[in-house]
Design a protein around this ligand. Structure first.
Ligand SMILES: [Zn+2]
Length: 118
């Protein structure tokens, strides 16, 4: 006793996704979803704040995107920024689906979507 020359290693868990590319994509999807949790969304170079909706991406994964379906230049989430500002996109505000999605992601820490005050 006292002689521990062999260090046992913990058994590596079997990963459900052996494809490293998928693992990377899934990691990105989780990270992006976390970034936009309880946040609205702004597309780069735009003053418009959109609601967030998860949309199909690749390999069965989803990514946050403007709830109104507006496209954005670039294929990555780097073009999209989470913001705590209120939604001011008319399409998002007018879209019941978008509002439902926004409400579903609202855990009570955000005020309800305000309508534009004229
Ligand atoms: Zn929008």
């Amino acid at each position: 006793m006292g002689h521990a020359g062999v260090v046992t290693t913990e058994p590596l868990p079997l990963l459900p996704h052996p494809d490293p590319l998928y693992a990377g994509l899934a990691s990105v999807a989780r990270q992006e979803a976390g970034r936009f949790a309880e946040r609205n969304l702004r597309v780069r170079r735009s003053a418009v704040v959109h609601a967030v909706r998860m949309v199909p991406w690749v390999a069965g994964l989803t990514l946050p995107a403007p709830a109104c379906g507006q496209g954005w230049s670039g294929a990555g989430g780097g073009e999209l920024h989470p913001v705590a500002e209120s939604v001011n996109c008319g399409h998002c505000l007018a879209s019941a689906q978008a509002r439902a999605a926004a409400a579903a992601g609202d855990l009570g820490s955000q005020p309800p979507l305000p309508f534009p005050a004229s």
